[in-house]
Design a protein around this ligand. Structure first.
Ligand SMILES: O=C(CO)COP(=O)(O)O
Length: 279
């Protein structure tokens, strides 16, 4: 049977199934994204799939609408890609009504998986968003990847500050980076050294930034102390390697603590762009 290549067909709307945004079609795309596990749990997938997913993410983020299958996935899509929640539509897949009727937590059996995809905050299931992490834990008791993701989220919920610091020559880069990832940053608690934070706040007043002292007056050390207390989820420190700094010892102390406490740390834009995807 002869089939016309998809790219040559004129579509009014292309409803792309199962993560597969066809890149060379004309017309609007409605991608279906079941979950974001390629980003949250890349180790659970073949690397080829992860690379494919990352390479096509921009087609998803720029689509006029996104179809997903559960409130949990919708929250992840909004959080990770930073799209307007109004563009992400939950259409649950077919679910056996017996699954919905069964008790929620702790048991396996036939309803186990189909309830799992909708359980996190789905109103029909009576599970509030606040219980989402606990619900996920009870649904995938043997899935270490999911457990780790749920634990990471719990930690983020407790505090999970994103620390932002830029040396003077790098402040324009920091502003450009924050504008680029504004959708993600506006949902997260931020902390910044004095001047970096003030500039960010002036440019994007909706950001929730805890301001420390200016770097040379001890701001780096204050952020170092937050690392020691386990309150920093990510450190973005855009370092200027070409200028001398009077407080160089503080800078070294801060980066050392990030290493000691295994805090994800980006010292340049390329790394910062990649790490923000995991937030
Ligand atoms: O000097 C800095 C980091 O070492 C940055 O501090 P400011 O954001 O206060 O300029």
């Amino acid at each position: 049977m002869h089939r016309k290549p998809m790219s040559r067909i004129q579509y009014d709307l292309f409803h792309s199934l199962n993560y597969m945004p066809i890149t060379d079609i004309d017309g609007p795309l409605l991608p279906v994204v079941h979950d974001m596990s390629c980003l949250t749990n890349p180790d659970d997938h073949p690397s080829k799939r992860v690379r494919f997913f990352e390479a096509h993410l921009h087609r998803v983020s720029t689509a006029p609408a996104i179809h997903t299958v559960s409130q949990f996935s919708r929250d992840e899509i909004v959080r990770l890609i930073g799209v307007d929640p109004a563009r992400v539509h939950v259409i649950p897949p077919g679910v056996d009504h017996q699954c919905l009727a069964a008790p929620l937590a702790g048991e396996g059996g036939p309803g186990h998986h189909c309830r799992a995809s909708g359980a996190a905050g789905h109103p029909d299931l009576g599970v509030g968003a606040g219980n989402a992490a606990a619900a996920r834990r009870s649904y995938w008791p043997s899935d270490q990847g999911m457990m780790a993701a749920a634990q990471r989220e719990d930690t983020m919920a407790q505090d999970g500050l994103i620390a932002l610091i830029a040396h003077d020559q790098k402040k324009p880069d920091m502003l450009a980076w924050a504008r680029r990832h504004h959708g993600v940053l506006q949902r997260l608690p931020l902390v910044a050294t004095g001047t970096t934070g003030s500039l960010l706040k002036a440019d994007m007043p909706d950001l929730d930034i805890l301001l420390m002292k200016s770097g040379p007056l001890g701001g780096d050390q204050q952020i170092g102390a937050l690392i020691v207390e386990g309150r920093i989820a990510l450190l973005v420190f855009l370092v200027d390697p070409l200028s001398p700094h009077p407080h160089d010892v503080d800078v070294k102390a801060l980066t050392r603590l990030a290493v000691v406490y295994d805090v994800p740390m980006a010292c340049n834009l390329a790394t910062a762009d990649r790490l923000v995807v995991g937030l």
